[in-house]
Each structure stands twice: as C-alpha cells, then as structure tokens.
Design a protein around this ligand. Structure first.
Ligand code: ZN
Length: 477
C-alpha cells in the first residue's frame, strides 16, 4: 500500500514541501521528492524510520513498570534508570538544561532559533511518561519486529497462544507493508508511552540537525502516569511552557481534548463483632452491609455495561471483617454535574443501607482525582487547530475522541498549562497483544516537527488579529 507522508518545512521563508514515500517503499528505492526551491536539508523517510524504531526498541526493553504500592516517586528503579539514559541522550542532542529531578522528572529545553525567542511566541511543551503498567509476565520485555507486515493474524513467538487477530484488530489490516512491533507475547510491549518518548526524541534530533525557525520548546518526561501520580511532583506554574501536548494517545490521528471527571470514594461500614457463640442480638456484621451496598449499585452503570460518553461507578476493592468493611470505588463522568450525581448516589446508598441494619454506621470519603480538561482547552482553540494542521500536513486525518480515562495533561491543564493529547500510534495498550506500526510512529514524528514549525505562524496570526506583532524576524535559520 503506497502511503504518502508530507513534511512541510519553511526554511528562510521559502516554503518547501516534501513528499515522502512510506519507509517500506522508500527502502525499495523511492526516496525523497523535493518540490519547490531553496536550501533543503532533512532526513530521508527511511532514516526517520530507522531512528524512531531503533530508539523504541531500546526503550521498550527497559522494565519501567510503576508500582502502585510504593510511596515515593518514582515508584520503581527502572524508571530512574530510564530517566538517566534519556538525560544522557538529550545532552547528546545538544539540548539545554537537561536533568532529572530527585523524584524522577526529566526536563530539557530546545532553545528558540535566533529572533524567535520571547514575547508573542508562547513556549511550547511536549510531555510523555516514563512508566508502563505491570508487565503481565516475568519479563524481560523482548520487542519483536514483524518486517513488512503482509496481512493476516500475528502469532507472537514467545507464547503462541497470544495472537493478534485481524478480526479483533481491524486497523491492523490497514498497516500492510509497514513494520509492526509487538512483544514476544510473554509481556506487554510498553508502547504506552515508550512510543511517545521515541517519537519526541526523534523529532528533537530532526529539529537539531535540520533547524528551521521555531520558538522555545520544553520537554518533560514524567514518572508514574499509570499509577495516577504523574503530576504529583510537577510544578506546572513553575514550568516554562505555557501550552503543551502529551504524546500519549493511541491510534493514528487520535487527538484528545476531553477526559473524564474523576473521583474516588471510600465507603466504610462499621458493625460490632463478638464471639459467634454468643452473638445473638449483639453482633452487627459489616460484611452484610458491604454486600447489600455492592448489590445496590446500578448494574447498568458498571464499566462493563457502558461505553461512549456514559460514565460509571466501579468498586475495585473490598477489605474488612465483621467489625468494619471498606469498599473502594472510582467514579467517572464526562460532565461535572454527572460526577456530582454519582457522588450523591454513593453517599445515599451507603446511608440507606446502614439505616436498614440496626447498629450499623456508614462513613463515606470522596476525593477528586482529576477534571475533564475540555473547558480549559476550549478557551484556547488554536491548540486544536495547530495540531490538526500539523497532522494533515503529515498526511494524517485527525480524529478527535474523548478519552474514557485521564491523562497527565488533564491535571496539568488545571495547573495553568492547557495540554491536549496527541496520538503515538500505540494499539491495544496494557495487553500482551499490544502492537504498533512503525509507519504510524514516523507520522507522529512528522506531526511533532510540523507542530513546532506551525507554532510561531499561529502565534503571528493570533497577534495580528489582536493588532500586535509577535517577536519574530525573517532571515537566518
Ligand atoms: Zn500512557
């Protein structure tokens, strides 16, 4: 399948459009076809393919699973080792202020090109996360490259019971001709979010080697996104970036500007215990209250019963004995009113059930986890417009979908850095049958590079609408 990827660079104010064949095709002899005039220097598509794949294979093999039981950030040693490796590579790429904080956050700055620093061009950030979910196997992770996928089901060589079937993964059929990366079937692959990191790092390398005018770019690789603590040690207000994108989405072209509103609830029923032999009229068994409570949660509002824009309440842990039982739940809803209604429901059910059992008492604690970022993103529509333009110029059709979950960007948006989410190309994440097409990773790199190029143009357009002039100048690269 001939796949065309366009990378548009603006060098010295001479627009140059490159039509790039797919890496698979390019390796067969079709290289680059410059259109237009002017000085041109950029990597051939097969080079981008090789660079992003090499990085991804190296990164994926490092076990960076986070640990939800650990108290300190990062919650695993593997994340720290990965962070150190990335700092070395960022320094090797010549970025400024490369470092890792004591709690495992990697930071680096790509300075603006001359004349593009300062007022009028907001500092742009890119964020990915270092950790993965647990490996689902003993490890190590052994990534497998299925060269030039020819169609059909993919049987994973380390555990042949793990099969990526086309009938369950319809998009796989669209990737014929691309290299596909999977694990060997004994673990997850960890493309969430190693693919995002490999793509951002490759985009940075392209920007260093083939610079065109751009503003200041900030990079942050964060620990423990999967444990929900990725923003716990992040100071959004102190970060130089005023707007950012997480590269932590999934299928090609996906963009997320909407997440759930999220809360967690802890419901504890207190009874009274005594020896069962003399319990008549004395014992109040909290286990029955917990059972009634679980039974009373609406069955049609369970995660396994809903999709699309429907929220849910989901009990995920029950602990206790006769004296006291604690039920822990998560509550999710795209609307804030909807989330509040779910909180009210949990409180009302717990109270009603305790009242129905003489001597029983209920306590409900609710903690807000994150909020839907959409109201924040909606105030800055250029964030979506720029990303959509960057994707289209990379030959990608943008698909805006709400995330039935959260991102680090949701919390960051409420710390003053509006932050939608871009695709990485990862598919079926958190499973042993996770996969990613390298052609899609190349498109993600192109999208990031295009976004960096578009950013000052967008700032100039906004400034001219407001009657101001942003600090940019022509000439020089
Ligand atoms: Zn992720």
């Amino acid at each position: 399948m001939a796949l065309l990827l366009k990378l548009t660079f603006c060098l010295c104010l001479i627009p140059v459009t490159w039509a790039m064949a797919s890496p698979a095709k390019a390796r067969g002899g079709c290289s680059r076809r410059p259109v237009g005039a002017g000085p041109v220097a950029t990597a051939a598509p097969e080079v981008v393919h090789r660079k992003v794949l090499d990085r991804f294979l190296r990164y994926a093999a490092i076990d960076t699973a986070s640990d939800s039981e650990a108290k300190v950030l990062p919650t695993s040693e593997g994340q720290r080792r990965f962070a150190d490796l990335l700092v070395g590579e960022l320094q090797g790429l010549g970025l400024d202020h490369c470092g890792v904080s004591p709690n495992g956050y990697v930071f680096a700055t790509l300075p603006a090109t001359p004349g593009f620093n300062g007022k009028g061009i907001p500092v742009l950030g890119f964020i990915c996360h270092l950790d993965t979910v647990p490996l689902l196997g003993p490890g190590p992770i052994r990534p497998v490259v299925h060269r030039r996928y020819g169609g059909g089901d993919l049987v994973l060589p380390g555990d042949r019971s793990q099969v990526i079937r086309v009938k369950e993964h319809r998009r796989l059929a669209e990737k014929i001709g691309s290299d596909i990366v999977t694990s060997d079937g004994t673990t997850i692959l960890g493309a969430d979010d190693k693919a995002g990191i490999a793509e951002v790092m490759t985009a940075l390398e392209m920007l260093r080697e083939h610079p065109f005018p751009h503003g200041q770019i900030e990079i942050a690789f964060t620990p423990d996104e999967e444990t929900g603590r990725g923003m716990d040690g992040f100071d959004g207000k102190g970060w130089a970036a005023r707007f950012a994108y997480t590269v932590d989405g999934e299928q090609l072209g996906e963009m997320n500007d909407e997440t759930f509103n999220a809360a967690s609830a802890k419901v504890t029923f207190y009874g009274r215990n005594c020896h069962p032999g003399s319990a008549k009229g004395v014992m109040v068994n909290a286990l029955y209250a917990a059972a009634r409570f679980l039974e009373a949660l609406p069955a049609d509002q369970r995660p396994e019963a809903v999709d699309g824009r429907a929220g849910y309440q989901h009990p995920y842990s029950v602990n206790g004995e006769e004296e006291a039982v604690t039920v822990q739940l998560i509550l999710r809803d795209f609307s804030l009113d909807g989330l509040k209604a779910r909180q009210k429901l949990v409180r009302a059910l717990a109270t009603r059930i305790a009242r129905g059992l003489p001597g029983m008492r209920a306590e409900v604690g609710i903690t807000e986890s994150y909020r839907n970022m959409k109201p924040v993103i909606d105030r800055h529509p250029f964030l979506i417009a720029a990303a959509e333009q960057a994707m289209r110029e990379a030959g990608v059709t943008p698909v805006r979908v709400p995330i039935r979950g959260g991102t680090d960007g949701a919390r960051l948006s409420y710390q003053g850095v509006p932050c939608p989410n871009l695709f990485s190309g990862a598919e079926n994440v958190h499973a042993r049958t996770e996969w990613i097409a390298v052609d899609d990773m190349v498109r993600a790199v192109a999208t990031i590079v295009n976004l960096v190029r578009i950013w000052p143009e967008q700032a100039a357009a906004r400034a001219s609408r407001k009657g101001a002039t942003p600090a940019r100048k022509s000439g020089g690269r």
